[in-house]
Write a new protein. Sequence first.
Length: 138
Amino acid sequence: MKSYRQELWFEIPARRGFVNITRRVEECLAASGIREGLVLVNAMHITASVFINDDERGLHHDYEVWLEKLAPHEPVSQYRHNVGEDNADAHLKRQIMGREVVVAVTEGRLDFGPWEQIFYGEFDGRRRKRVLVKIIGE
């Protein structure tokens, strides 16, 4: 069995944002030479997320609105974590959206269902963060 590891780096200029990283994961898969196996993609920061869904602007807007209702950024005083910080909501949003995804690799391609894409979700941006891509297989 072979193994491949790559880090993808992001610096989102806003506090929150979603980035389609499917193409970058596909590039990692091609570089790995693995034809059958699994790809793990996970956010290496506790205020960021990796998830799979449709690449549709309206859906991304709906996520933003929904997440802000569930874990509003302000007032920051509502969170105990925010003593000296202002990102407690980002930790909660990450918990909702998830840390990682695992995708099957079949015949050298990501084995997705219809419309599925991989996204990086940022909930406390404005600094460099990384995503790990780990691929194992034959």
